[in-house]
Every structure is written in C-alpha cells, then in structure tokens.
Design a protein around this ligand. Sequence first.
Ligand SMILES: N[C@@H](CCC(=O)N[C@@H](CS)C(=O)NCC(=O)O)C(=O)O
Length: 319
Amino acid sequence: MGLLVDGQWKDKWYDTESNEGKFKRQASQFRDVISAETGAKFTPEKDRYHLYVSLACPWAHRALIFRQLKKLTDLIDISIVSPEMLEDGWTFHSFEGATKDKLYNFEFLRQLYTHAVPDVTTRVTVPVLWDKQSESIVNNESAEIIRIFNSAFNEITGDQQDFYPAEHRDEIEQINELVYHKVNNGVYKAGFASTQEAYEEAVTDLFDALEYLEKRLSTQRYLVGNILTEADWRLFTTLIRFDLVYHGHFKCNIKRIADYPALTGYMKELYQYEHVARTVNFEHIKHHYYFSHTMINPTQVVSVGPELALAEPHGRDAL
Ligand SMILES: N[C@@H](CCC(=O)N[C@@H](CS)C(=O)NCC(=O)O)C(=O)O
C-alpha cells in the first residue's frame, strides 16, 4: 500500500507513529459534483461516467449500492480492482470477480490518478467516479458520490427515490456523524492502531456505538424516521463485513453482529433488499483484508468462516 507524491509512487503505509499509534484517515481530494445546472462542468449524461471500485471496500460498496438502487447500471459502467492490495496499491491483476480497467487497460489504479493529474499528491483510493469526456476524476469521496447518484440522474432514469430527503437531513447528518467516526472508520481505527491505548479507545467507542444502534433499531425499523435513507446504507456496508473481517482481523471482538438481534435482523433486511446481495462479494472482502494487511497478518492466510445466514427471514416487518 502506498501513495502518490508529485505523481511518483511511494510504497508507504499510514504513519501511526507520529500520531500516538492512532490511524488518521486522509481527506479525499477530488470533490466535484454532477449537475444539470447551466454552466456545470459535469452534467448528467448516459455513458459519460465510469465508476472504479473494489468489492472488498466498504466505501466503494456504498457507491455500488446506490448505482443499483438508483437504476444507474445501464448509464454508468464499472471496473473492479483485484482485492489484493500490496506494494503497488490497487491493481487490475486477474482475480475471479475482478475486471480489467475497461477504459484504459491500466495495470494499476494509480495510473488513472496520474492520467488525470500527472503530478498529483494523493492516496490512491476507491471509489473513483471518472469522467470519460474530460478524462478526469469527478469525485473520489464515497459520501458525495452516493449523493450524486441519489439525485443527479433522476431525469434520465425516471427514478425519483430519495435516500436523502430534505425533511430528514438534520437527523441523517447526526447519525452519519456517529456512524462514520465510531463505526465505519471506528473499525479501521481499532484494526490499524499500533498502541494498546489507541486500540482500546477505538474498540470501546465502536462497541458503545453498536450498543446504542442496537437499542435504536429495537424500536424502529430504520435509523431515521422509519424510512430507508443513506444513513442505513452507510451503516450496512460496515455491518456486512463485521463478523467476517472486523471481528477477527481488526480485533473488534467484544461481540459479533450475530450477538445483536436487532442489528442482525436489520442487516439481513438490507442484504435482502432488491439487487443489494449482488453488490456483496464475501471472497473479495475476506481476501482483501487478510491478504493485504501484512503488518497485521504477515502469513496472509485467509479465514474460512464464518457462515452467515443472510437469506433467513429478517423479522423486521413487525416494527
Ligand atoms: N473517504 C474515502 C475513503 C476511501 C478509502 O479509504 N478506500 C480504501 C479502500 S477500503 C482505499 O482505497 N485505501 C487505499 C489507501 O488508503 O491507500 C471514501 O469514503 O471514498
């Protein structure tokens, strides 16, 4: 794993030493929008954009889910990186369920970043929303890509479902804040911590948040206002990976999601939601984490279990 500095690849892991053993995620750099407004640089068009994802990555997973939910699969094609992310970062090496780079046939994802900006300094992350017309990155921040997908193409697809409704935005933002820091990023803070204190702080915050979410979801079907919103999908991509990789590989092991009845039923319901299951690839998830993080798992042995009973009735209809 590494990063680009002035367009040059440096094989370097996140520096936790200078930060008391804590993992600090860097902000995404490409933050444009797609809009039908006059003068907009990126306008909604069929076949103009391409999405680069990893099926292992919870952030890219959000974008893949929104692409399905918002009926964008015919408008926006995808390229899928190999789950093995080692000294060259994300690659398009052959792996079942991965694809080539469908636009440029690049070997490495970093080549896409330098194709856009030759002297860029950035981490090379997924997801990337790419504009084929200007050959540039529209956005590489999943929280923003899902908002783009939520509304920018509605005129073309005719799909008006709104996962970020105006009347619930304050509450969505509040819950997103908690879920992002303590859960989505919380598992990484626990897993990548390089001191006991940093790990314990992250894992305690994470399980405090899970206890809170379990309570909240015991009396209401979804996180906000009893309708499905982006807040639910943002939580889902961490929950679905939890017992598979975060519990073992990242030592988030005070409990499993299977030990929380409400969170388990909720996760199953979202998994069973139309077309969502096809965005989940358990092999890519397990292989990526156990094989790529050699500082945590130097043998690169990938765990076999656990079995998850995701197709069983979720029992959430009563709420
Ligand atoms: N804030 C970004 C984070 C994306 C991210 O960190 N993706 C991970 C994969 S799960 C990645 O590509 N990591 C490579 C690296 O950090 O070098 C987003 O939500 O889009």
